[in-house]
Design a protein around this ligand. Structure first.
Ligand code: ADP
Ligand code: MG
Length: 629
């Protein structure tokens, strides 16, 4: 029978240390937390070789009194718990009184520390858990902790370390998170002699974000601030158009501590649905504050995953906070106009220009081709003849009409009147009021024109806007569908049979009753096909098949979340019913679309998340053209 031995204290300590100290970043994390606890306002971290050979953390905190220094390196030695009850409220912050002991067990540690009351500071050295120096020294208030040769006495652990660069990056990530959760502290990180991060410590989250994430990202952020049902959510999130291809710029702090929470991430991303592009992720730095007892954090200090006893409450608060921020703080994306570098004309007077022009070789005028004069000038009549790209006539849609009340019962397939008649009968009123929603284009909106039959160019105030007419119309229809809930239906005189495949067929059959709420009458026709008897009246008959195929496809991609399935159906209808890029529209239609888009900040993105309009500021144009410097 094997004999049972009690491990010698030094070995037991090495084992314990291994659990707390996994890599350089774990030491940095613990030490920086100690500095923060000590009330420091300046914390500087320096590492060499990813922190494996050298880590130094200097703070201007309260320091440790001379006779307490050796004690601080004992296991379970802490100044932070006096009574057992304290344990409850801070248990989420990890083990107590372990960090210095564990670090000194697996490396060579040196400390300089001084409290304000003392005339002298303390210089202390401890290697592999053994005290090697303890003396008085002259040093500034605060604490400097130096950790050299990590795992020098446990080579097996050494093998688990990654390359210097990757350990260094993990240390950086720790400092970035601390800097973001403590904008009131000035952090500095020096990696192999180079300063790679410095925050101002001015107490503003935006300043910390600027230093950590850079100018480009921080310029797109909008503030979040909402307390709902006891859950306080604050921070910064990006505008939908600035979402990124990865989740690398997402930071969540729970009661001031960096955490990872599936619930908070999901709630934030959900708030971007219908405004951010598919496959892009929001940038956010969010602080969530809730009472400790409702959080379940795994107590291991290295773990950051959290769960909530009431996930739904947290989800709802975060979702609403972020959604509000997006709605109130979003502005249209701007096209950056950079002045050309070599603008000769910028430096020439009119006279100088004439001088140079005089010296240019004169081109001989080419004879002008003869122009046959048509006795009857081709002038646009009352309204230009409007054709689709494929030369079929195009009919004006309700959404383009100026202030035309919506028709209430439309059952006919041929429901739209030709353009001319409408223009004869309807007065043009630009102060549009549509769908009970007040539009207030306070400034006059002027139509400049349209490029490529696709992009409406309009002027409002001190800006010019390029509006994608399909995206804009699609969004207007989508919003209308979402608000109205009831969709008018039109029966098809001749029902359409649509052949579907496998999953899409099943998805369609499973959603027949849901689809019926949105104006579709669809029946199982056997043999993987369906019979379509009615479609929303905003669609044209020709769109029936395409809409059903697309709806079936997106339904087959989705799980069982009703809201998402409904959104998908509405997307499909809005997209099919919207005017296509390339279709010819009239000036009055373009103007009305521009008025709707620019007068309603809700029309920012199409339902797929593409921007509806871009803004070009007059100021930037003037800069570009060198009118102003
Ligand atoms: P804990 O932080 O859980 O108390 P540590 O082992 O990290 O345990 O630190 C032990 C003690 O050493 C702390 O309670 C604190 O009193 C003291 N200490 C450690 N680092 C610092 C520091 N940078 N400034 C002031 N006191 C410190
Ligand atoms: Mg500590």
């Amino acid at each position: 029978m094997p004999k049972i031995n009690v491990l010698p204290k030094s070995i037991a300590e090495l084992i314990a240390a291994g659990e707390v100290v996994e890599r350089p970043a774990s030491i940095v994390k613990e030490a920086v937390e100690n500095s923060i606890d000590a009330g420091a306002t300046h914390i500087t971290v320096e590492i060499q070789h990813g922190g494996i050979t050298y880590i130094r953390i200097t703070d201007n905190g309260c320091g440790i009194a001379n006779d307490d220094v050796p004690k601080a390196f004992l296991r379970h030695a802490t100044s932070k718990i006096e009574k057992a009850v304290d344990l409850d409220s801070i248990s989420t912050l990890g083990f107590r009184g372990e960090a210095l002991a564990a670090t000194s067990a697996v490396s060579r540690v040196e400390m300089f520390t001084k409290t304000t009351d003392e005339d002298f500071g303390t210089h202390y050295k401890i290697e592999g858990g053994e005290e090697v120096l303890y003396e008085e020294v002259g040093c500034p208030d605060g604490t400097t902790l130096i950790v050299r040769d990590l795992f020098y006495n446990t080579p097996a652990r050494m093998k688990f370390l990654k390359k210097d660069v990757s350990e260094g990056t993990t240390v950086s990530a720790i400092i970035e998170r601390q800097a973001l959760s403590h904008p009131e502290i000035a952090f500095k990180l020096i990696r192999d002699g180079k300063q790679t991060l410095a925050t101002s410590g001015d107490g503003k989250l935006s300043s910390a974000v600027y230093s950590v994430l850079g100018r480009e990202i921080s310029s797109t952020l909008i503030p979040v601030n909402l307390t709902l049902d006891g859950v306080k959510v604050t921070g910064l999130v990006c505008k939908p158009v600035s979402c990124r291809a990865s989740r690398a710029y997402q930071f969540t702090f729970l009661n001031g501590r960096y955490v990872q929470s599936g619930t908070i991430t999901a709630a934030t991303e959900q708030a971007y649905k219908n405004s951010a592009m598919v496959g892009k992720f929001p940038v956010f730095v969010l602080g969530v504050e809730i009472p400790f007892e409702t959080v379940d954090v795994n107590v291991h200090p290295a773990k950051t995953q959290v769960r909530f006893s009431d996930e739904k409450r947290v989800f709802t608060a975060v979702y609403n906070a972020v959604k509000n921020a997006i709605l109130s703080g979003d502005t249209r994306p701007e096209i950056a106009v950079t002045p050309p570098k070599n603008n000769t004309f910028l430096h020439m007077t009119a006279e100088q220009y004439r001088q140079t022009a005089v010296n240019l070789p004169v081109q001989e005028a080419k004879p002008q081709p003869k122009v046959e004069v048509n006795p009857e000038p081709i002038e646009p009549k009352a309204e230009p003849v409007r054709l689709k790209a494929d030369n079929t006539p195009f009919f004006l849609r309700d959404e383009f009409k100026p202030n035309v009340p919506q028709k209430k019962t439309v059952v006919d397939i041929v429901k739209e009147e030709p353009v001319k008649e409408i223009f004869k009968s309807e007065p043009i009123i630009h102060d549009v009021k549509v769908e009970e929603k007040e539009y207030s284009p306070k400034e006059e909106i002027k139509l400049i024109g349209e490029a490529f039959n696709t992009y409406i160019v309009a002027q409002k105030g001190d800006s010019v806007f390029m509006i994608d007419k399909h995206a804009a119309h699609e969004r207007i229809l989508f919003n209308k569908l979402k608000e109205n809930h009831v969709i008018e239906s039109q029966s098809l005189l001749v029902p359409v049979t649509v052949k579907l495949i496998g999953d899409e067929y099943t998805a369609m059959i499973n959603n027949v009753s849901l689809l019926s709420e949105y104006g579709f009458e669809v029946e199982d026709f056997g043999n993987e096909s369906v019979l379509v008897r009615a479609i929303p009246s905003m669609l044209s008959k020709e769109d029936a098949e395409g809409t059903i195929v697309e709806a079936a496809h997106s339904l087959s991609q989705k799980g069982n979340v009703d809201l998402e399935r409904i959104d998908d159906i509405l997307h499909t209808v809005a997209c099919k019913a919207a005017i296509k890029a390339g279709y010819i529209t009239s000036d009055i239609e373009r103007l009305n679309l521009a008025i709707k888009v620019l007068g309603d900040n809700d029309i920012m993105y199409c339902p797929h998340g593409r921007p509806v309009a871009f803004e070009i500021k007059k100021y930037n144009l003037e800069k570009y053209f060198g009118r102003i410097q």
